[in-house]
Design a binder for this molecule. Structure first.
Ligand code: AMP
Length: 388
């Protein structure tokens, strides 16, 4: 079955076309809403125009991979927030669309572009089944003690404020791949999956189920990230707002766009640049890396405590897959827990390569697994479209 996978962000659309598990094409359309929108240098003012261009590119006589747009049998969408309504991927119906629209209130930046992609396909390919795959769904198995914040309970019942967690599709994918690498069934394993990219999160996966995760009500909680602050004392933004006379929008931008390793280093949100500057002796670049890795190490320790053990720690995402420096800083000096990194294997791993980088004697294995969220979306879409 040919499945088009769409990841519609606020100003970009990433897409991949699959024939069963085989990827036929992929592309990125950026800067929607600006004159520099790219895919043939055309002005693309909104998502529908962008998706029309993507469909055209897929049947282009020279660069295309399809003879007709009718060959697309299903479309899978990444949808960021499904709140408590969705614990698994689902066929998109008018009722499902209405529920995703309800979630706009708690995901104002993410769900509207995801919905724009769904509306566009409904218009352009009205007969094709669509499936929504939610970033939050995998974490719906978390117990209440992990997702309730210690604020008045009414804010949970009335305003749906709780920990939701994100990157669920990636945590799901790498935990299943880890089970395959370890040669054991997922329902026997305790895994800690670290998705480390521009957005970073870590999840405790107990017997295949997410039991805790670092991102929260929004993707701002948890680890420090490229430009997001992660966990801070909640009094800090209140204090800064008072001192600097910032409004809600300004403090939101400060915590989301100007913080994280960029905020600490004053140099970049890109770990390649930070590692380069740290090598040259830049103190704040070094500090940014140390803060990031120290926080991650503490989360790993807390999730081992939460699960009463772990079989493996999995690194994925742009940083997790590529930065031997980060991996080493995170797991070194944890021998007392039975984590022994093989430094040579850690350095030798090349981009895109999966494998075990721990010593044979390591009680807790350390794995690198390239993530593939689009493949999960394509598989779920195929399965659900075929069943309907
Ligand atoms: P992602 O959001 O998963 O695409 O990850 C993107 C981030 O991965 C970039 O911003 C970089 O910080 C990081 N990254 C990519 N390649 C490398 C590398 N070779 N070494 C260190 N960090 C990298």
């Amino acid at each position: 079955m040919k499945v088009l996978v769409l990841n519609c962000g606020s100003s970009s659309i990433k897409y991949k076309l699959y024939d069963d598990d085989q990827q036929l094409a992929e592309g990125l359309l950026e800067k929607i809403g600006t004159a520099q929108a790219q895919l043939n240098h055309t002005v693309i003012l909104e998502h529908q125009a962008g998706i029309e261009l993507i469909l055209k590119a897929l049947v282009d006589p020279e660069k295309g991979v399809l003879t007709s747009i009718e060959d697309i049998q299903a479309v899978g969408h990444r949808v960021v927030h499904g709140a408590e309504s969705f614990s698994e991927s689902t066929l998109i119906t008018p009722e499902v669309v209405a529920k995703i629209e309800e979630c706009i209130d708690i995901a104002p930046l993410h769900n509207p572009p995801n919905l724009a992609g769904i509306y566009s396909i409904s218009y352009l390919l009205p007969k094709v089944p669509q499936v929504a795959v939610f970033d939050t769904a995998f974490h719906q198995t978390m117990p209440e003690k992990a997702f309730i914040y210690a604020i008045p309970y009414v804010f949970y019942t009335r305003n749906h404020i709780r920990k939701y967690g994100f990157h669920g599709t990636s945590h799901y994918f790498v935990s299943h791949e880890a089970a395959a690498i370890l040669g054991r069934p997922i329902d026997e394993l305790k895994l800690i999956t670290c998705h480390l990219g521009n957005g970073s999160s870590i999840t405790a996966v107990d017997h295949g189920k997410s039991v805790d995760t670092s991102m929260g009500f929004t993707p701002l909680e948890g680890l420090p990230m490229g430009t997001r602050c992660g966990d801070v004392d909640p009094a800090v933004p209140l204090y800064i707002m008072g001192k600097e006379e910032l409004n809600l929008q300004q403090i939101n931008a400060l915590l989301n766009k100007h913080s994280g390793v960029l905020g600490i280093s004053g140099i970049s949100n890109d770990f390649r640049a930070l590692e380069e500057e740290a090598d040259k002796g830049d103190k704040r670049a070094t500090l940014a890396l140390e803060v990031y890795c120290y926080k991650l190490k503490k989360y790993i320790g807390s999730y081992i405590a939460a699960m009463n053990g772990a079989d493996a720690i999995v690194f994925t995402g742009g940083i997790g897959e590529n930065s031997d420096v980060v991996r080493e800083l995170v797991v070194k000096d944890m021998e007392f827990l039975g984590i022994e990194l093989d430094a040579d294997k850690n350095h030798a791993k090349r981009r895109g390569e999966a494998g075990d980088i721990s010593m044979p004697s390591s009680r807790i294995k350390v794995l690198i697994i390239p993530t593939n969220e689009e493949l999960v979306i394509a598989r779920d879409t195929r399965r659900i479209a075929a069943a309907n």
